[in-house]
Design a binder for this molecule. Sequence first.
Ligand SMILES: Nc1ncnc2c1ncn2[C@@H]1O[C@H](COP(=O)(O)OP(=O)(O)OP(=O)(O)O)[C@@H](O)[C@H]1O
Ligand SMILES: CC(=O)N[C@H]1[C@@H]2OC[C@@H](O2)[C@@H](O)[C@@H]1O[C@H](C)C(=O)O
Length: 398
Amino acid sequence: MNLHLQHLYELAQRPTRRIVGLMSGTSLDGLDVALCTISGSGPGTQVTLEQFATIPYDDELKAHIRTIFAKEQIEFETLCLLNPYIGRLHGRLVLDCLRRWNVRPDEVDLLASHGQTVYHAPKRQHGRAEFPNATLQIGDGDHVAVTTGIITLSDFRQKHVAAGGEGAPLAVYGDYFMFSKAGENRILLNMGGIANFTYLPADQDASAVFTTDTGPGNTLLDACARQFLNQPYDADGQLAASGQIDEAFLWALKDNTFFDAPFPKTTGPEVFGDGYVQNALTRSQTQTISPADRMATLVQFSADTIAQAIRRVLQPGEPYTVYMSGGGMHNPTLTRAIRAQLPKCTFGRTDELGISGDAKEAVLFAVLANECVMGSTTSFGSREGVPTVSMGKISFPG
Ligand SMILES: Nc1ncnc2c1ncn2[C@@H]1O[C@H](COP(=O)(O)OP(=O)(O)OP(=O)(O)O)[C@@H](O)[C@H]1O
Ligand SMILES: CC(=O)N[C@H]1[C@@H]2OC[C@@H](O2)[C@@H](O)[C@@H]1O[C@H](C)C(=O)O
């Protein structure tokens, strides 16, 4: 028997596994690396986050990825070259982290690698009847496995698409297993480049839980910060806090059918990118507003669309707690605007539930890898968008 197969077989019988989860999201800020110890599986999953680091991408790499990121037309060669390049880079960054944490690669059982999303095209968006939902992540798992010597699971989103989903959001699975609690209605709000929330009802009914994207989180704010501040983001929302909301611009930003579409749904910077903002500025004739007013309005746009989406699941008289995660939770102008619109909700961060809000998405992929190996069988019902499938492709290092 292939020794790696035997190792996987033995792993599935152990009470705990040590899994490194990797996530590089739509903000292109860097690679999140989460070293987790996971016991059990399915609703019995227990995760201890041993270590976490975000390794920032350098400007050159960001610029390279941006030449193909979320663009309809690209240089095909760049895509082809970046696929192994990112896989190897992620592998090397994992080795650097492990060295820093005094952990040998042979002390890690599995790597769970999300890769870099370069294009996301659900049917609602591409509108071409003959084509399915589609999404593409690069940074091939074989390169991660060979670079690190660790069995790697990767490309988690394709199985979701194959089973009828949009390839995202996958957070529903990890959130349900890690954070669902009997007797408490929980909303897990992640604010990365794109924002999403997971609905976890107090009765823990797996066939009712879902995660949905709500629209932009930080992506438009970061683009505005790059343009006017020459910074990767508007630190602590300071520029936004100094501006005024322009109602005409805000109205034009919100004028998109995505926001009324049923849950769960997904989107990306392919829709909510520079062109989207330019178009809204033109239609509202607000091209000359100040950078501060532009940023203030973009923050309000993210906050309004997040809060409006969450309001759709709130039942009158029921208490809800919103646990925030993702980089947007560090932007007080954004979080203030969201809280103001959900006055009946209690707010916290996933840190209170034992998982740092910065690490949550990387931990998610470690949990999905654990599920794949353990083969657990929780049914999420027969709804579109939350298929009951195991995800991840297995790459052996040799
Ligand atoms: N102190 C801060 N003030 C304002 N914004 C911040 C701060 N810290 C982080 N952010 C925001 O968080 C972003 C990074 O968020 P995160 O790492 O969650 O994104 P991501 O994982 O790429 O996104 P996605 O969930 O879409 O995949 C930054 O680009 C910035 O917009
Ligand atoms: C296609 C893709 O990479 N989508 C990401 C992105 O970042 C946030 C949001 O858009 C979410 O749908 C998803 O990631 C999280 C981890 C998810 O699948 O749950």
